[in-house]
Design a protein around this ligand. Structure first.
Ligand SMILES: C[S@@+](CC[C@H](N)C(=O)[O-])C[C@H]1O[C@@H](n2cnc3c(N)ncnc32)[C@H](O)[C@@H]1O
Length: 327
């Protein structure tokens, strides 16, 4: 870790992020109402974080995994307004994502909002701002993305939860290393008493985000004769989230697991329009999956199957909503 302790520029960790970013050109922004809903569902934790953090000078905020910015800018605009109720000090906001993110789109979306806004194109598994400079860090729908996929013996499924035990264990180890690296990086950046607010896909007794959709995907890939593919995603359990906290200098302030349907499923209940439901749900999936699995036939079939059987293929979301304070 070398220079990080004395506040100089962090040295490369040696971990290459092999994950591509979301589908760009505004596609993610247009198809991320589900993720927007997750942000809105954690308002109580944001309020508590703003009340709890010690503020005695300029304020640092960061959003990790900002994508093209529609949701991230909405979130950080709100958070800035909330902090403004407490303090007249200057506020700096860092929006962070991978180098391959659609940063042009992000900056096109950016209109001034009462903070010094900057962007960081560094993996969040490393520090992204100077030590001791952040009061609140947020991370929405992003930390379940792994830094890399280890080599797996015949995984036999796209998602960890549908794999053989050996592959599951190897992905769990990778996810544990990544979560610890993420926390270590935030521990350096946050001031004592600073908060991390996080929403991520989760695992409740084996029930994970989008399980039926992944079963459908496995079937489609098999029918298309697609070579084996492993999704670089891992949905953690409460135990896996809790395990390194103490060691990394964090205290758990809140933890809940929520089950949310999508706005499209709610709309379907109102209007019964299956075609529209299937189009919107497939759009949501394509926004993050297409950079990894580009074959258009996958999504054509997905849409057809979702229209034919909305319940059997639904994208039910098992979400971790949590907040941690730095000791
Ligand atoms: C599903 S999007 C969520 C975007 C936004 N937070 C929202 O709620 O709409 C996940 C984002 O995490 C980013 N991401 C994944 N791994 C990352 C990493 N190691 N460092 C920074 N960003 C990462 C992806 O590039 C992507 O933009």
């Amino acid at each position: 870790m070398g220079g990080q302790e004395n506040g100089s520029f962090p040295e490369p960790s040696g971990v290459k992020n092999t994950i591509p970013s979301m589908k760009g050109e505004g596609f993610y922004d247009r198809n991320s109402r589900v993720q927007e809903q997750f942000i809105l569902s954690s308002q109580d934790l944001l309020e508590e974080a703003v009340d709890a953090v010690p503020i005695a000078g300029p304020v640092g905020l960061a959003d990790l995994g900002c994508s093209e910015g529609k949701n991230s800018l909405m979130l950080m605009r709100r958070l800035t307004e909330m902090v403004r109720q407490r303090s007249r000090e200057p506020i700096t906001v860092t929006h962070n994502d991978l180098p391959g993110n659609n940063w042009n789109g992000f900056f096109r979306n950016l209109t001034p909002y009462g903070a010094f806004v900057q962007a960081s194109a560094t993996s969040f598994f490393q520090p992204i701002v100077a030590p001791n400079s952040l009061h609140i860090a947020t991370c929405y729908s992003s930390v379940h993305w792994l830094s890399q996929v280890p080599e797996l013996p015949e995984p036999a499924g796209v998602l960890h939860a549908r794999m053989n035990p050996e592959s599951q264990a190897l992905l769990a180890e990778q996810a544990a290393r990544d979560w610890e690296a993420f926390l270590q990086a935030r521990a350096q950046e946050l001031v004592p008493g600073g908060w991390l607010v996080l929403v991520s896909g989760g695992n409740k007794d084996g029930d994970v985000a989008g399980l039926k959709m992944y079963a459908l995907l496995d079937r489609i890939l098999q029918e298309l004769g697609h070579p084996p593919f492993v999704m670089p995603i891992y949905y953690r359990s409460e135990q896996e989230i809790r395990e390194p906290l103490e060691r990394c200098g964090f205290q758990l302030q809140h933890f809940r697991i929520q089950h949310l349907t999508t706005p499209f499923a709610e709309q379907l209940k109102q209007d019964g329009d299956r075609a529209q439901y299937a189009r919107a749900t497939t759009g949501f999936v394509r926004a993050w999956m297409e950079p990894l699995l580009a074959d258009p036939r996958i999504y054509q079939r997905m849409e057809e199957e979702m229209e034919a059987d909305p319940e059997g293929t639904e994208v039910a979301n098992v979400q971790i909503v949590a907040a941690f304070s730095k000791k």
